[in-house]
Design a protein around this ligand. Structure first.
Ligand SMILES: Nc1ncnc2c1ncn2[C@@H]1O[C@H](COP(=O)(O)OP(=O)(O)OP(=O)(O)O)[C@@H](O)[C@H]1O
Ligand SMILES: [Mg+2]
Length: 266
């Protein structure tokens, strides 16, 4: 089935009051952020999407695909499920080798060329991590950041899911700026739960959560996009400082000034 659009139909917040936003439409290629304080219902909202809620979750929201209720097939057959959810807490229980895991997934998903797909996933994932993933190592030995980077690459490349939900990937210590650049090359719907201004300001729009309810839906203005680019420069400067310190260097004021200048911040 060709997915063109998903719709969130509003339900009720934790107090039982109707949500202020009663409909959100997303089309392929859209990047949406979900923002709001801790406990405001961000994860609950993307879980509703992942479950194709049909007034059967506490929020009583409904999810439509191409303007109709999704077919049962999506829930019953994982290979047909169009949604990949990268959760806030990721860990692997299997001590299978990384190469083995990717290879099996590529075959289950009937990838045209499993070998090249596996190396594409590793290449994508390793652009997001500090130290590269060891393909002959066990899944259980991956660090938190490496696990999430691998899952994101796997969902985008092997899973080929048209809708990808990412819960607070900024906390995984992956290279977020690079992740956003890479994800922009794929025509999918990305929904980010995030506290990070870079992700929010590079999204097309954002849903603001409060008390378990969708409070507002804001389109990112051109002015906000420009601010987002400046925030990205700030991030590059921080990464550069972090790398110098991580590699054991001592910092001098002139080094700091050079980092700020090379990122157009001074
Ligand atoms: N519409 C709702 N109706 C009833 N309960 C809700 C609703 N939305 C969220 N909740 C409940 O409120 C609690 C907090 O929600 P949730 O975990 O989604 O917050 P969060 O914004 O993801 O927080 P964090 O930033 O800490 O991850 C959960 O127990 C969730 O089940
Ligand atoms: Mg959460």
């Amino acid at each position: 089935m060709d997915i063109r659009k998903i719709t969130i139909l509003g339900g009720y917040g934790r107090s039982g009051a109707r949500e202020l936003v009663d409909q959100v439409d997303l089309k392929m290629g859209d990047l949406l952020s979900v923002v709001g304080p801790t406990g405001s219902g961000k994860t609950a909202l993307i879980n509703d999407i992942g479950l194709f809620a049909n007034e059967d979750t506490p929020s009583k929201r409904r999810i439509l695909i191409n303007d109709t209720s999704p077919s049962e097939d999506f829930l019953d057959d994982p290979a047909k499920n169009p949604i990949a959810l990268i959760t806030q807490h990721t860990g692997f229980l299997s001590d299978m080798r990384v190469s083995n895991f990717l290879d099996i997934h590529a075959r289950v998903r009937k990838s045209a060329n499993p070998d090249s797909v596996v190396s594409d996933v590793l290449d994508f994932a390793n652009q997001l991590t500090g130290e590269p993933i060891i393909v002959d190592g066990a899944m259980t030995e991956l660090s938190g950041g490496q696990s999430r980077a691998l899952l994101i690459a796997d969902a985008v490349i092997i899973g080929n899911s048209p809708i990808i939900l990412l819960d607070e990937i900024e906390n995984a210590g992956i290279n977020l700026t690079r992740a956003l650049e890479l994800l922009h090359n794929y025509e999918k719907i990305f929904i980010f739960v995030t506290h990070d201004p870079r992700i929010t300001l590079s999204s097309d729009y954002r849903i603001v959560m409060k008390g378990g309810a969708m409070q507002d839906a804001i389109t990112t203005s051109p002015e906000e996009k420009r601010i987002g680019e400046k925030v990205t420069h700030m991030d590059r400067a921080i990464i550069s400082l972090r790398n110098q310190i991580s590699s054991g260097e001592r910092m001098l004021e002139k080094d700091f000034r050079a980092v700020m200048e090379s990122n157009w911040l001074a």
